[in-house]
Design a protein around this ligand. Structure first.
Ligand SMILES: CCCCCCCC/C=C\CCCCCCCC(=O)N[C@@H](CCSC)C(=O)O
Length: 536
């Protein structure tokens, strides 16, 4: 049998697309007025699909196949007929989002690539220029009607950290399955949710015929989890060559926290104005190998393990209140319950006390200090040979009030403290500058306005990103770099980043699409919101 290859998501060849169309037509005729009705009508109409209709679709397969060959693998009239038909429908936001959710699940389940057919308007609009950078990253330019307005840029990334099916996920990590209102899968939070949210919002706004006044870029990196050295760095290089300066940049890196900061009444949207620096150190110990029956008093493994233990037992000093987290807690102070509201309003006095409370929890500890995480330890080749070499990798995230140089010297001279342990710097960079967040800061105020448009009573405050993002490569293109995803995270969610059961709720995904949809329009407003009317 000859096996023919074609893209996994080729609607021209996929009979299910026609059935989707039938389903949409039938459901649309019944005008569902809420999600429950929509679900019910979908199920009822699906059950009515006839066997003969399916048989016809299978029989017409050779015709569609021939058309795809004639189009040299490109789109055929079959796909565009389907798409044009969909465009004639009067989509409600509800209905549109439902389709987008089906698309995002489909994307997670079946393809690792951005599909032209998932966002047909984006990829066919004359207002949008798309280019591949370093083969796999995507750069979109959405042209505005007023070229004199400075453009802004949205960032997200398509790559993810590994996930193993052996790690007790509730659903397979690359299934994209939905369970109890959550879409599960590696990348749903970090950061394919943002990729899909941005593109879905762009698709929708273009379908609506909205022409933005202010042009904007969208950069989707493919190697953020390994420093963005091919993706983000090359996007920056291209933009620099083209003389682009950005009004602001918005990337992942912070979110709406609900119940994560103890004592805070209600959720808070934290727009990170900076991110920590980082360094990775390699510690290693070498000695000649020997027989396990005559062990030396200390082995490579023992020496290194002791050094690693010293690192864990001697965390870097508390710096709470001396970086942008100080401003964050002062902004939030009045929303804390008594006596925390009083304490938070007087950080000059109470910062050391708060730091001791915050360091007890691993998420809040990250705001207090430069963190130290031993992430890899390799040694030994045979169970009866004394290992000649042991190495450990130490991943540190540098608090804004510290420098890379200072961190290196503390680790070298006081904590590792054993000349037999060789210390090499794998990489390192300083904490990022703090972006402005006063009432004249366009980017910050527009992101804030967009959050408040969606959640009018939300507390919005400047925050700090405790991890690292692609946006750090953009600091020569803009001094206003913000990290924020409009997703609501609750206790337990922080552990899903790079952990198991990464997931996004339907509400978070819908919120993401709505947020970017509104942001595109808010960036066209002529006057910044009057912050004196701000009730936060
Ligand atoms: C790291 C997760 C912390 C979760 C804290 C919860 C509070 C903040 C809420 C949400 C925002 C989290 C955004 C995290 C973005 C993580 C991006 C990332 O993983 N980047 C890599 C980059 C590797 S290159 C050095 C990283 O390891 O930092």
């Amino acid at each position: 049998m000859n096996v023919l290859e074609w893209p996994s998501q080729s609607p021209d060849l996929n009979p299910i697309e026609n059935l989707w169309k039938d389903l949409k037509t039938a459901v649309h005729k019944r005008s569902p007025s809420n999600l429950t009705e929509l679900e019910l009508f979908c199920k009822e109409e699906w059950a009515k699909m006839s066997v003969s209709r399916c048989a016809n679709l299978v029989e017409s397969y050779p015709k569609r196949f021939a058309a795809v060959i004639a189009a040299k693998g490109g789109s055929t009239k079959y796909y565009f007929m389907l798409y044009e038909y969909l465009c004639t429908l009067d989509f409600s936001v509800f209905y549109f989002l439902k389709i987008m959710i089906i698309r995002v699940m489909y994307h997670f389940a079946f393809t690792s690539q951005l599909s032209v057919t998932s966002f047909p308007t984006v990829f066919s609009s004359s207002k949008v220029k798309h280019e591949l950078v370093a083969n796999y990253s995507h750069l979109f330019w959405v042209q505005g009607s007023r070229p004199e307005l400075q453009p802004y840029m949205l960032l997200a990334h398509t790559d993810v950290v590994p996930a193993s099916e052996d790690d007790a996920w509730e659903v397979p990590p690359f299934s994209g399955d939905e369970k109890d209102g959550f879409i599960y899968g590696r990348g749903t939070m970090d950061d394919k949710g943002s990729v899909m949210g941005i593109l879905a919002a762009l698709e929708y706004i273009l379908m609506k015929g909205y022409t933005p006044q202010r042009g904007f870029y969208i950069g989707l990196g493919h190697d953020e989890e390994v420093h963005g050295l091919n993706g983000a760095v090359n996007i920056v290089r291209l933009l620099k060559e083209r003389g682009v300066k950005l009004l602001f940049v918005l990337d992942e890196g912070s979110a709406i926290l609900d119940g994560i900061l103890k004592g805070l009444d209600g959720p808070a949207a934290l727009i990170a104005t900076s991110e920590k620096g980082a360094t990775v150190l390699k510690l290693s110990v070498s000695m000649p190998p020997s027989h396990a029956s005559m062990p030396p008093r200390e082995t490579t493994i023992g020496i290194l393990a002791a050094a690693v233990k010293r690192l864990e037992e001697n965390p870097m000093k508390r710096l709470f209140g001396l970086g942008p987290e100080g401003g964050m807690f002062e902004h939030l102070a009045h929303k804390f319950r008594f006596p925390l509201n009083f304490v938070m309003s007087n950080l000059w006095l109470f910062a050391p006390l708060i730091a001791r409370i915050m360091e007890r929890n691993e998420t809040t500890n990250a705001f207090v200090r430069t963190t130290t995480a031993v992430t890899m330890f390799n040694a030994g080749v045979k169970e009866n040979v004394i290992a000649s070499y042991a190495e450990a990798f130490v991943n540190m995230r540098i608090h804004s009030a510290q420098t890379l140089k200072e961190v290196h010297s503390v680790q070298r001279w006081s904590t590792v403290g054993d000349p037999r342990v060789k210390i090499e710097v794998v990489y390192g960079f300083d904490p990022l500058p703090i972006s402005p967040y006063d009432e004249t800061s366009f980017g910050f105020q527009i992101i804030k306005k967009t959050v408040l448009d969606m959640f009018p009573s939300m507390i919005v405050a400047p925050g700090m990103c405790i991890a690292n993002t692609d946006s750090r490569h953009f600091k020569d293109l803009s001094s206003s770099i913000y990290r924020f995803t409009p997703a609501i995270y609750k206790p337990g969610d922080a552990q899903r980043f790079h952990g198991i059961n990464e997931r996004t709720s339907r509400e978070n995904y819908e919120g993401m699409v709505q947020f970017f949809f509104r942001l595109f329009q808010n960036c066209d407003i002529k006057k910044l919101p009057d912050v004196s009317l701000d009730h936060n």
